[in-house]
Design a protein around this ligand. Structure first.
Ligand SMILES: NC(=O)c1ccc[n+]([C@@H]2O[C@H](COP(=O)([O-])OP(=O)(O)OC[C@H]3O[C@@H](n4cnc5c(N)ncnc54)[C@H](O)[C@@H]3O)[C@@H](O)[C@H]2O)c1
Length: 406
């Protein structure tokens, strides 16, 4: 472990730089049949230690995975992480780790502005990627990553959206897909959280370049992603954004009206100004209301299905049967990812399926900053919102240093 650190020579990964990797330098990895998936964790911070490693360790107990390395630019952090977790190799240089360890899976747990370059580097080394939300700063970044994926059987890059997984979501998604409760009509999607002044005193927070966006991107993305996972594609959005409390470049609250391709209409609220914190999704279908109320994760108890008066007791009872409780978690998403890897199939939450919430958030910002209705599919190359979530909008885009000092 210390050898790897010592020879890394302080060559650090530059944010958003083009990886120096020569794709031809990597030989294909051996097939995954009959062996463990060799995983590496990039980013030894809160989510790497607290969620990625524990999920990988659980699957290691089942003979599915082994964690062969961890990477962090902070040598002390990665060394202590490896020592505590029993990970054999610590690195401060991602490229070096990819060359020397040849992992099958790289899980990315670093700040969002690094996700594109690190994902591309791992894909070019032949590894599958499981990258933390928010996926990348812009749709242009997302499309650039997708271009690097394998075309036939992987490797693919998937995004961590753990709220889509677990028994509650699986049950409700199936009821909605089968229209068991009738057509979905009206929905509410609420991320009303509270973040104080001390939270925003950290210099990288509240800035487009470093945090990537405000609560729509950083906090509300989970509930919006889950709403899209349940209701399917959206078709148009009208939004408002505000800076009501904090001294931030981004917004601290946004609201939106979203129409879905199936005709359903939703309201969305993303706030860090709400002392009584809750994450909520409510979907009124023709024959029942489905409601999920939680904060950072859900189990069966967080879901409630209220039948319309004319629904029989037997049918309502069948809807209430969520099966054995499997809470939403990184572990549940990772289980599915490992199955997809072994089958050589595109995993859920990758490609178009992984892009959908980023597109809705981009459209939300465009609608709010231009006071227009934005339709699905309209933000592409040439649109200022394709390459920057603030779209260069006056009053919202970062102000250049010269203008500040003038
Ligand atoms: N899915 C969830 O529910 C959830 C929850 C919290 C955070 N996250 C996401 O996880 C990501 C990381 O968040 P966190 O809270 O763990 O942050 P953190 O600051 O605790 O950890 C980030 C780590 O990345 C390291 N790092 C920075 N630059 C690096 C580089 N170039 N190469 C390697 N390592 C580098 C830092 O030294 C740090 O140890 C963010 O995208 C965040 O939004 C997701």
């Amino acid at each position: 472990m210390l050898d790897a650190l010592a020879v890394s020579g302080g060559v650090l990964i530059t944010p958003m730089s083009t990886p120096a990797t020569n794709p031809g330098a990597f030989q294909p990895l051996p097939p995954l049949t009959g062996r463990r998936i060799r995983a590496a964790v990039v980013g030894a911070g809160a989510i790497g230690r607290g969620s990625h490693f524990p999920a990988l360790a659980r699957l290691a107990e089942a003979g599915e995975t082994e964690v062969v390395a961890a990477v962090d630019i902070d040598a002390t952090a990665v060394e202590s992480f490896c020592a505590e977790a029993g990970i054999p190799h610590a690195y401060t240089d991602l490229e070096q780790m990819l060359r020397e360890q040849r992992p099958d899976l790289v899980t990315i747990c670093t700040p969002p502005t690094l996700h594109r370059a690190q994902t591309v580097a791992a894909l070019r080394a032949g590894a599958w990627v499981w990258c933390e939300k928010p996926p990348v700063p812009t749709l242009a970044d997302f499309d650039a990553v997708e271009d690097e994926e394998g075309k036939d059987g992987g490797p693919y890059a998937s995004i961590v959206f753990q709220h889509r997984f677990g028994s509650g979501t699986r049950h409700v998604r199936r009821l909605l897909a089968e229209q068991a409760m009738g057509r979905p009509l009206v929905a509410h999607c609420q991320t009303t959280w509270y973040r104080d002044t001390a939270y925003y005193a950290v210099p990288w927070r509240g800035r487009w370049a470093t945090e990537g966006g405000g609560p729509a991107m950083g906090h509300g993305i989970h509930q919006m992603d889950l709403l899209l996972d349940l209701l399917g594609p959206w078709s148009e959005v009208k939004a408002m954004a505000g800076r009501l409390v904090h001294d931030v470049e981004t917004e601290d609250v946004s609201t939106a009206l979203v129409r879905f391709a199936n005709g359903a209409m939703a309201t969305v609220v993303n706030s860090v100004l709400s002392p009584d914190e809750v994450s909520r999704i409510r979907i009124d279908c023709e024959r029942a209301t489905v409601e999920l109320t939680h904060l950072y994760g859900h189990s069966n108890d967080n879901w409630r299905i209220t039948p319309a008066p004319d629904v029989s007791g037997d049918e309502a009872a069948a809807w209430q049967n969520f099966g054995p409780d499997v809470p939403s978690s990184h572990l549940e998403q990772l289980r599915e990812l490992v199955v997809s890897m072994r089958a050589g199939e595109r995993p859920r939450s990758s490609g178009t399926d992984g892009r959908t919430s980023l597109e809705l958030i981009t459209a939300l910002y465009k609608s709010a900053f231009t006071d227009t209705t934005v339709r699905a599919g309209e933000i592409g190359p040439g649109d200022p919102y394709y390459t920057a979530l603030h779209g260069g909008a006056p009053g919202w885009a970062p102000v250049a240093r010269e203008e500040v000092s003038a």
